[in-house]
Write a protein that binds this ligand. Structure first.
Ligand SMILES: Cc1ncc(COP(=O)(O)O)c(CN[C@H](C(=O)O)[C@H](C)O)c1O
Length: 343
């Protein structure tokens, strides 16, 4: 019997705050299929304003937001260029192919970025052998690459290439606010070149459900119809949107604390003798290689679980994700437990 549970599996496990629960009860609602829910409209408009885009659309998840964005940018039979290690390519059930009839041209990322020369090399232009290409997707922060934040300067360069090659640019910004807080750069600057951005309210920002897509008015109008096609038209959604308003108003700046806790964990693991470079992990995700240990990832996860510590494996590594519900004391507890495990 463990006397403590520390859930480091993901920032998706965050629960709504007490204030969110109070605002849910009070939320003014209407039928959003008729665009009559004032609270979700307020949230969508606020998100658009923060990103300096024309409009926003509330969706049920990051996966749905990415899918709808790709369905809206690209037509069946066209090709999307994205990261070999991206969430869209690996963890969204291939929805873009199954439901969108889209093919993917994956490019191996370096530190969460598509190498510019590789991107240019993979833009094929009109050639009888290749599908028409319509879209480039970036991910910021990059989950599979340790939550690395991608700079605005780099996104600017990608935007210029997309402009020159008549390609749209979508950012999977599930954790874009983690990038913004770490880089100390407004999301409006960070995402200026993007035609669409999907960001999660339900991860570090602690809302119980939901993401938002932002983009041009025309794009969002077409995305709204594609959301309906995938069964995403919602009714009195203001009860959830009320939590998203709190996410945007009060839960962004505190992400810095999650980054500090992740850095403490990485530094502590290094002090315990693990081969880990804490400087690689700048936001709320830490990957631990067990190469020099005598445990498989599953064995190690099992030993952690016996101590009440939950984490996930990612390929051959252990992934730890910090969030609001993990305290500094919890991190110290984890380090002590791991110390006892290996020594
Ligand atoms: C970069 C990125 N983009 C999109 C999504 C999808 O968001 P949801 O569909 O879970 O809301 C995720 C979720 N990531 C989850 C996690 O990290 O625990 C799992 C792996 O799906 C993501 O990390």
């Amino acid at each position: 019997m463990v006397d403590k549970i520390v859930d480091l599996r993901s920032d998706t496990v965050t629960k709504p705050t007490d204030e969110m629960r109070r605002e849910m009860k009070k939320a003014e609602v209407g039928d959003d299929v008729f665009k009559e829910d004032p609270t979700v409209s307020k949230l969508e408009n606020k998100a658009a304003e923060i990103f300096d885009k024309e409009a926003g659309l509330f969706v049920s998840s990051g996966t749905q937001g990415n899918l709808i964005s790709l369905l809206t940018h690209a037509q069946s039979g066209e090709e999307v260029i994205l990261g070999r290690d991206s969430h869209i390519f690996n963890y969204e059930v291939g929805g873009f192919a199954r439901l969108g009839g889209l093919s993917a041209r994956p490019i191996k990322e370096e530190k969460g970025r598509l190498p510019l020369e590789k991107l240019i090399e993979n833009i094929k232009g009109s050639d009888i052998h290749f599908p028409e290409q319509s879209l480039v997707c970036l991910e910021n922060t990059h989950n599979g690459h340790g939550g690395v934040p991608v700079s605005g300067d780099y996104i600017e360069k990608i935007g210029q290439i997309c402009m020159q090659k008549d390609l749209k640019l979508h950012i999977d910004g599930a954790r874009i606010f983690n990038a913004s807080v770490y880089l100390e750069e407004d999301v409006s600057n960070l995402c200026e070149p993007a035609d669409s951005i999907q960001f999660c309210l339900s991860k570090g920002l602690s809302a119980p459900i939901g993401s938002i897509i932002v983009g041009s008015r025309d794009f969002i109008s077409r995305a709204r119809k594609n959301r309906k096609i995938v069964g995403g038209g919602m009714r009195q959604v203001g009860v959830i949107a009320a939590t998203g308003l709190i996410s945007l108003d009060k839960m962004i700046d505190r992400l810095k604390k999650d980054h500090e806790k992740a850095n403490r964990l990485a530094e502590g693991l290094k002090d315990l003798g693990f081969e880990i470079n804490p400087n690689k992990f700048k936001t709320n995700i830490v990957y631990l290689s067990l190469d020099q240990m005598n445990y498989s990832t599953n064995e190690f996860l099992g030993l952690l679980k016996e101590k009440g510590i939950k984490a996930l494996s990612h390929e051959d590594k252990i992934r730890f994700v910090t969030h609001r519900e993990v305290s500094k004391e919890d991190i110290n507890y984890c380090l002590e437990a791991i110390d006892n495990l290996i020594h």
